[in-house]
Design a protein around this ligand. Structure first.
Ligand code: Q9C
Ligand code: ZN
Length: 624
């Protein structure tokens, strides 16, 4: 079992015992609804199910003061009136006699998940918990949060497992100021949060939620805040934030563990967030994070108050953790102007601390995020006409997602290997198909006529196998494949593969070269719209300069943005021999590490593609 699901029914016990419109959204049904959907989609059954344990007081003490823990212990026997009075001392908090037990289970669940991942019992996992944690502080409850589950788990990972670099990704729509305070001077924990900010006019109304809060002392650069200054942010904005802020920094940081403060109030339909990201977006965000830390990803539930949106988003995260291909992202893929402003301002604020943000695009800084825009989005009041419209839009988007899942059940990811030149040495994992066949001779000969280099026997035989494999991919029989071809035939073979794919009706191709490979001359994009081909390259980190001609057009940020929305039909990837062997060793379905290659920030987005078949994008890999 590769994915843990940590849960305990007792965490549904805490509930609001008096009237409080601000707190009533944090309800037990949040957990039961999510769990029910996981069952309905057959996902719970595919996970290693772990019953949450309570965190010990010593473990709570990793983050919280003894006095605060004692105070909470005391709440178990208070009357409703006393609970209400105590709750009133904090911002947006309610206590229940079971709160202490629930909150200890929530922290314990996060600890158990981290232990399961760091001991290798599972690869990754999700803890479904309440109360949430990221607002809670050393001696204060805040924003429905009692103990800081993720912060406790991070401290534990450092202390008990000796980790030195932990990445916390907080995609909840609120700023996890609690986590920020706990680690602001600690360079071993990189905290990233995006949050609804509206130039400081949204809860918790903190100056230190803005992009220019980067951490203190030794910890400068290890707090990364991305404030959203308008509501309505969607898939394109979230993906852009990952591609242009989080992932470059995260790759450079090179974490040993990724903790996700997984709040889903950043998803469509949520009354708190008022954002538009659809559930499948969270599959993609999860997949993007899985290329870090050897896939050691622990997601811990934070907010999320629209039960349907929450439940579907939770399912999408679990599917990604289980290794299922993600559904294509829906909706517009153009980020909002305001989102680009925010992204720009974080990049500017973090620029002194991260090389990866300095490399590309020294674009001038737009308005700092504290700049007050004249046409601020007017607040959307619950029950008002705008709110109703947003709700209708959300339920339409949510039901169309269900339809899509129904129409396109997850295809098994199948990788085929066509052995041509390298035959003897390869040991294939059990789930990789060993392809013996070749394309019909006439077809092969017809294509080979395009290039002299393909006339030789060995090259021709290889081409026949490659074409057979490609046909399987284009017909959807396998999702990806690896083929070897003799060195001088690599570029001509790639050329044939591209032409064959285009003739099959492929509209967009992404070609990625590992190592030296020249782009076929007559396929260079000459401005004929729309370019069917994106061309990119990876080269060895230790080679002093990239090969001159292989990188005539690296993917532009715009292309990166388009890419997730339009998965390429073919990914042709020439490999060095040893990297094929490495792939054999690791088996399909896991991230592939290419020896001697270290992905740079610019490469992370397609490194993801090396995992077999996420995005349901068929791929063909050609070892050169
Ligand atoms: N309308 C979590 O999501 N209320 N906490 C804000 C703004 C407090 C959210 C009021 C929201 C707390 C974990
Ligand atoms: Zn939240």
């Amino acid at each position: 079992m590769r994915t843990a699901l940590v849960y305990h029914e007792d965490m549904t016990a805490a509930q609001l015992l008096w009237e409080d419109p601000e707190c009533e959204i944090e309800r037990p049904e949040r957990l039961t609804a999510a769990l029910e959907r996981l069952r309905q989609w057959g996902l719970e059954q595919r996970c290693l199910q772990l019953a949450a344990r309570e965190a010990s007081e010593a473990e709570l003490g990793l983050v919280h003061s003894p006095e605060y823990v004692s105070l909470l212990r005391g709440t178990q026997t208070l009357s409703t009136r006393e609970l209400q009075a105590l709750s009133g001392q904090y911002d947006a908090v309610y206590f229940h006699p079971s709160t202490f037990h629930c909150a200890r289970l929530a922290a314990g669940a996060a600890l158990q998940l981290v232990d399961a991942v760091l001991t290798g019992a599972v690869h990754n996992g999700l803890a479904l918990v309440r109360p949430p944690g990221h607002h809670s502080q050393r001696a204060a409850a805040n924003g429905f949060c009692v103990f800081n589950n993720v912060a406790i788990a991070a401290k534990h990972a450092k202390q008990r497992h000796g980790l030195h670099r932990i990445l916390i990704v907080d995609w909840d729509v609120h700023h996890g100021q609690g986590i920020q305070y706990i680690f602001e001077d600690d360079p071993s924990v990189l905290y990233f949060s995006w949050h609804r900010y509206e130039h400081g006019h949204f809860w918790p109304y903190l100056r230190e939620s803005d992009a220019d809060a980067v951490g203190q002392g030794q910890g400068r650069g290890f707090t990364v805040n991305l404030p959203w200054n308008q509501v309505g942010m969607g898939n394109a904005d979230y993906v852009a934030a990952f591609l242009h802020v989080l992932l470059p920094v995260a790759f450079e940081f090179d974490p040993e563990l990724v903790l996700i403060s997984a709040g889903f109030d950043s998803a469509i339909g949520d009354p708190e967030g008022q954002m538009r990201a659809t559930p499948e977006c969270f599959s993609h965000l999860t997949q993007l994070l899985q290329v870090l830390a050897g896939g050691r990803v622990c997601a811990v539930l934070e907010g999320g108050y629209h039960l349907e949106s929450l439940s579907q988003s939770v399912c999408m995260v679990v599917k990604a953790l289980l290794g299922d291909p993600a559904l294509p992202l829906s909706g517009p893929m153009e980020p909002h102007h305001s989102a680009l402003e925010s992204i720009q301002s974080v990049r500017a604020a973090q620029n002194p601390h991260w090389k990866s943000l300095r490399q590309q695009g020294s674009t001038p800084i737009l308005n700092p995020s504290t700049y007050s825009l004249e046409q601020r989005a007017s607040p959307v009041s619950p029950g008002g006409p705008k709110f109703k419209a947003a709700e209708a839009q959300a339920s339409a988007a949510l039901s169309s997602l269900l339809d899509q899942l129904h129409l396109n059940p997850t295809l098994p990811v199948r990788t085929a290997v066509a052995l041509t030149a390298l035959d003897a040495a390869l040991v294939l994992p059990a789930d990789v198909l060993r392809q013996e066949g070749s394309a019909p001779q006439e077809e092969t000969r017809a294509w080979a006529r395009l290039h002299e280099a393909l006339a030789q026997d060995k090259a021709l035989t290889a081409l026949g196998k490659v074409l057979h494999l490609l046909n399987g991919i284009l017909d959807g029989q396998v999702s990806s494949g690896i083929a070897a071809t003799p060195e001088p035939a690599a570029a001509p073979t790639l050329d044939v593969v591209i032409r064959r794919s285009l003739s099959h009706g492929a509209r967009r191709l992404l070609c990625v070269a590992v190592g030296q490979l020249d782009r076929p001359a007559d396929l260079a994009d000459d401005g004929s719209p729309p370019p069917p081909l994106l061309w990119s390259g990876l080269w060895r980190a230790n080679s002093s300069s990239p090969p001159a001609r292989a990188h005539s057009s690296l993917l532009t940020p715009r292309a990166c943005l388009l890419y997730p929305a339009h998965p390429p039909r073919v990914l042709a990837l020439p490999w060095k021999e040893e990297s094929v062997a490495e792939h054999q060793r690791q088996g399909s379905g896991r991230p592939i590490h290419v020896p001697g290659l270290r992905a740079t920030a610019r490469d992370y987005w397609w490194v993801r593609e090396l995992r077999s078949g996420p995005c349901a994008a068929p791929g063909l890999w050609l070892p050169a």
